[in-house]
Design a protein around this ligand. Structure first.
Ligand SMILES: *[C@@H]1O[C@H](CO)[C@@H](O)[C@H](O)[C@H]1NC(C)=O
Ligand SMILES: *[C@@H]1O[C@H](CO)[C@@H](O)[C@H](O)[C@H]1NC(C)=O
Ligand SMILES: *[C@@H]1O[C@H](CO)[C@@H](O)[C@H](O)[C@H]1NC(C)=O
Ligand SMILES: *[C@@H]1O[C@H](CO)[C@@H](O)[C@H](O)[C@H]1NC(C)=O
Ligand SMILES: *[C@@H]1O[C@H](CO)[C@@H](O)[C@H](O)[C@H]1NC(C)=O
Ligand SMILES: *[C@@H]1O[C@H](CO)[C@@H](O)[C@H](O)[C@H]1NC(C)=O
Ligand SMILES: *[C@@H]1O[C@H](CO)[C@@H](O)[C@H](O)[C@H]1NC(C)=O
Ligand SMILES: *[C@@H]1O[C@H](CO)[C@@H](O)[C@H](O)[C@H]1NC(C)=O
Ligand SMILES: *[C@@H]1O[C@H](CO)[C@@H](O)[C@H](O)[C@H]1NC(C)=O
Ligand SMILES: *[C@@H]1O[C@H](CO)[C@@H](O)[C@H](O)[C@H]1NC(C)=O
Ligand SMILES: *[C@@H]1O[C@H](CO)[C@@H](O)[C@H](O)[C@H]1NC(C)=O
Length: 795
């Protein structure tokens, strides 16, 4: 910046004063350039938060970009928010960005090739300025005319205040490390709906909002054709199709951004402190495998919170490009149309979305198979039970796209293969719940052989079932613990830093000799403590732990790495001799149980708490599925922070319990939670994630009514039946009174509640507590039901 003219100096002084800037490089004037070789050649926003300049994106490959000045502390990575030339990087020598005297900004490669330009022209004095909000603007020195701004051409990120319009769209990167344009886009479609779309090599489709639902059903409206959406700095998002949300950390944070990630999910990230990592404060939906095209054609996607998303080729197919799933899989056999040469291989719980050639309701297996075999283009068919209507449906497929393994999907896809091939005889190799279940069965039998028989029948069977789940989970995690984890790709990053081993003495000192007890149950006593770094902690001493140290460590290590904003954070553990202790973050504002009768907890806070707990349970339950059940949802385990943001405690604890002392374990675990236990526990039925759904429903009913749940038993025709008194009471009110809602709502909630939302909450809770396990919704369904009715709740 050598030939500084007078007007620029003047502008700069004005700018410097008006923005209280200390930086002398927040702008570039006409005739000057930024060079790729000079590290000093950067434009920094007056507040220092954003930087624009050349950034290395590969070997000798540079892009002109805007990024958050402060790197991500954990990954030491730059968070890029905009790129001029993402698909055409320039050389690391002699490339430069120049603001020409003609008013055009041009990015020239070493060969003087024009790689990018702003296509602007003006003879007036201009300046390229990076504003405090991250917007790079080309504006007239006098006057306020903006000729060009980076906010008008987003890449994959929107900053607060930056609108998405009818003219703009977000395009995800190929991968986390390759910033070239990828396959996922987000824009307003022809129906004026803001959504997510897959634009793959061979096919395109829309996957959010769910394509099989009408926009109306998901609370969207397509009447408003203005097509704008914007996130504000507090975390409110408003779109002209009436889609709105608030991030889970609504309020002021240091930085936010909304990003379409390379995995096809749109998320809002926040950070509170520049030296800390970004965390996810909102994402469009849960279910990483619902993203279309993620594993390519002829493959299936499976997901577990621990190991993230996994792609596999269907049997008889192999990866087309070993480094890139987006190419999908291709058959290793010659496809035959000859009817007598075809056979079908069942893939349980596997579903392929779209490309149905025929759809028949009420169809038995043989008719469905026939339909496929008659048709040369049919590569597979899906035969699935439609629970709602009580019959089987048949879909024949001409292509296998968007395949996913969903353990909760009651149906199979039958794959057409030529007869006599080895792969057609092999069990299909799915990421396998089957394995888990086999194991579950065996362990269960073994365990029940040496049951203690002193307890009441229901009590013993409940323990057996409880154990089953614990062992099942343990097995499942050990089995998979060697696989690389990529759960952080799904936003719920693993806290690898900060989780550590404590010595017994250290914890004894922190708790002043275990003097201040703050709770007990769930297998141990919890004490308050202050760690040597002055952090307040809740330290749980497990009863009489005899679990082997190795096993304990394996479990704790896994649990400690799972991180979600609505889960209590585990900071560390101690395993010394007979001592087993867990160190958690301390929540000084107590639990939901203590605050339920407080009038500070108005209806909107209760609704938010219910939704947040549903979200975190859906997260825990999702795919390998059910690899971790909480088994102990109750208000005492839902802690609150000062904003009434709930955090679930004691998660994963079922895995750490001492199995050799069933008596004590069961006493502490089951007694404390009787009112919340699903009937399966008592009647010795298989335990699934639906036990958590039941307990959740009870907690929500308790939140609405303020009444404690109690359970009893009655004998009907010689059979014992459980009676949830709270549930029965609410059901009776609903059945007999038009004003049932008014009659059940807790007085402390007051009168000013939103009737329609409380009704939804109550109805969802009642759905969750039906005795018939399979009729209860899944947690992700609960989230959907509550979410669609969530309107703006402003504090
Ligand atoms: C990024 O992906 C694109 C498209 O697949 C490819 O052409 C390019 O070479 C990749 N860039 C890097 C640095 O790997
Ligand atoms: C940035 O992050 C990616 C993926 O998380 C990682 O592979 C890469 O090494 C990081 N870069 C730096 C400079 O740490
Ligand atoms: C359409 O949406 C915009 C942006 O959300 C809003 O300002 C405008 O009032 C809406 N128009 C109608 C007719 O609802
Ligand atoms: C938009 O949503 C609000 C509240 O959720 C509702 O009152 C309004 O009728 C909706 N507008 C349209 C056009 O659907
Ligand atoms: C941010 O974190 C650093 C180190 O963790 C700390 O020194 C600093 O005070 C924090 N700043 C704010 C604003 O919290
Ligand atoms: C998927 O398999 C079908 C045959 O079942 C084949 O025709 C198609 O080319 C495959 N798709 C890809 C992307 O290889
Ligand atoms: C189909 O296969 C059978 C047995 O392999 C063979 O006898 C028959 O000729 C084939 N039909 C056609 C049309 O190729
Ligand atoms: C399947 O349905 C068809 C027609 O609906 C019927 O003719 C056939 O007998 C059924 N097969 C079985 C095994 O039930
Ligand atoms: C069993 O649990 C109680 C707390 O309920 C505890 O005080 C006691 O020490 C435990 N007994 C054994 C044998 O571990
Ligand atoms: C919840 O109740 C406890 C105990 O009464 C109280 O200390 C705490 O402040 C309450 N929490 C909130 C968020 O008000
Ligand atoms: C509990 O939350 C309230 C806000 O409801 C806050 O004012 C109070 O300081 C918190 N208590 C503690 C001990 O942090």
């Amino acid at each position: 910046m050598k030939n500084m003219d007078f007007s620029f100096t003047l502008f700069f002084l004005v700018l410097a004063f008006s923005l209280q800037s200390s930086s002398s490089s927040s702008s570039l004037r006409k005739g000057s350039s930024l060079s790729v070789e000079n590290l000093e050649d950067k434009i920094i926003s007056p507040n220092g938060m954003f930087t624009a300049g050349f950034i290395s994106i590969g070997e000798n490959a540079y892009s002109f970009a805007i990024w958050f000045t402060e790197p991500n502390s954990l990954k030491l990575n730059t968070t890029i928010i905009w790129m001029a030339n993402r698909d055409q990087p320039v050389n690391g020598k002699r490339s430069k960005l120049t603001l020409l005297n003609t008013g055009n900004i041009v990015l020239l490669d070493v060969s003087l090739n024009k790689v990018w330009s702003s296509n602007t022209a003006s003879l007036k004095p201009l300046v390229l300025h990076l504003k405090n909000d991250g917007n790079l603007v080309l504006l007239e020195l006098q006057g306020t005319m903006i000729l060009w701004q980076s906010f008008d051409s987003p890449t994959d990120t929107l900053l607060p205040g930056q609108p998405l319009t009818r003219y703009t769209k977000l395009v995800a990167s190929i991968s986390e490390t390759n910033h070239s344009s990828g396959f996922y886009t987000s824009f307003f479609d022809d129906e004026n709906i803001f959504g997510l779309h897959y634009n793959g090599r061979d096919v395109s489709s829309s996957y959010w909002p769910r394509p099989w639902l009408l926009s109306w059903d998901v609370g969207r409206s397509n009447f408003n054709s203005s097509r704008t959406a914007v996130l504000d700095s507090l975390g409110n998002f408003h779109s002209s199709d009436n889609f709105t949300f608030s991030t889970s950390d609504y309020g002021s944070v240091l930085q936010r951004m909304m990003k379409l990630d390379s995995d096809g999910m749109v998320r809002v990230y926040s950070r509170n402190n520049v030296s800390k990592n970004w965390y996810v404060s909102w994402q469009a939906f849960s279910g990483a495998c619902l993203v279309h095209g993620i594993c390519g054609a002829n493959s299936t996607c499976s997901y577990s919170p621990k190991y993230g998303r996994k792609c596999s080729c269907i049997p008889g197919y192999k990866m087309k490009n070993n480094n890139d799933w987006s190419y999908g899989c291709e058959p290793m056999f010659d496809f035959t149309c000859n009817k007598s040469e075809s056979t079908f291989l069942e893939m349980k719980n596997v579903e392929f979305y779209g490309y149905d050639f025929h759809y028949i309701e009420i169809c038995n297996y043989s008719t469905c198979e026939d339909l496929c075999i008659q048709d040369c283009n049919c590569v597979a068919f899906q035969h699935s039970f439609w629970e709602k209507k009580g019959f089987y449906r048949c879909f024949t497929k001409t292509q296998m796209q968007n395949g996913r393994f969903v353990p909760s999907f009651e149906g199979s896809t039958y794959l057409r293969l030529p007869k006599g091939n080895s792969f057609s005889r092999k069990e299909s190799s799915f990421p396998s719940n089957h394995l888990c279940l086999e194991k579950l069965q065996r362990v269960y039998v073994k365990e029940s052989e040496n049951q203690y028989v002193k307890f009441f029948l229901w009590f013993v069977t409940a323990i057996g079932a409880f154990e089953t789940v614990c062992i099942f989970s343990v097995w499942c995690s050990l089995y998979r613990s060697r696989q690389k984890t990529n759960a952080d790709q799904h936003g719920y990053h693993l806290a690898e830093i900060g989780f550590r081993k404590f010595s017994y003495l250290e914890l004894k000192k922190a708790t002043k000799g275990f003097s201040q007890e703050i709770g007990r149950g769930g297998g141990g006593v919890v004490y308050k403590g202050v760690l040597s770094d002055q952090r307040h902690a809740a330290i749980k001493r497990l009863y009489n732990a005899q679990q082997g140290e190795g096993e304990f460590l394996a479990e704790v290590g896994i649990i400690g790495r799972i991180n979600h904003m609505n889960l209590i954070e585990m900071w560390g553990y101690c395993a010394e001799g007979k001592y087993r202790l867990l160190v958690y973050e301390y929540m000084e504002n107590g639990s939901l149980a203590e605050n339920l009768s407080s009038n500070k907890l108005d209806w909107s806070k209760r609704y938010k708490i219910a939704l947040a707990i549903a979200r975190v349970l859906a997260y825990l339950h999702e795919e390998c599925l059910e690899w971790i059940l909480h088994c102990d949802i109750k208000p005492q385990n839902i802690l609150l922070d000062s904003n009434f943001q709930p955090k679930l405690a004691d998660f994963g604890l079922s895995k750490l319990q001492n199995r050799n002392n069933l008596n004590n374990l069961s006493v502490s675990t089951i007694r404390g939670t009787r009112g919340y236990m699903a009937p399966e526990w008592i009647f010795n039925l298989p335990i699934t994630s639906k036990v958590d759904v039941y307990s959740y429903g009870i907690v929500v009913l308790e939140m609405i009514t303020g009444k404690r749940p109690t359970t009893g038993f009655k004998v009907v025709n010689g059979e014992k039946e459980s009676v949830g008194r709270l549930v029965t009471w609410v059901r009776e009110k609903k059945g007999t009174s038009v004003c049932w809602l008014e009659e059940i709502v807790h007085d402390e909630i007051g009168l000013g509640y939103d009737k329609s939302k409380m009704e939804i909450l109550a109805r969802v809770a009642l759905d969750c507590v039906v005795d018939e396990r399979d009729s209860r919704p899944t947690m992700s369904r609960v989230v959907e039901m509550l979410q669609y009715h969530e309107i703006q709740i402003c504090e």
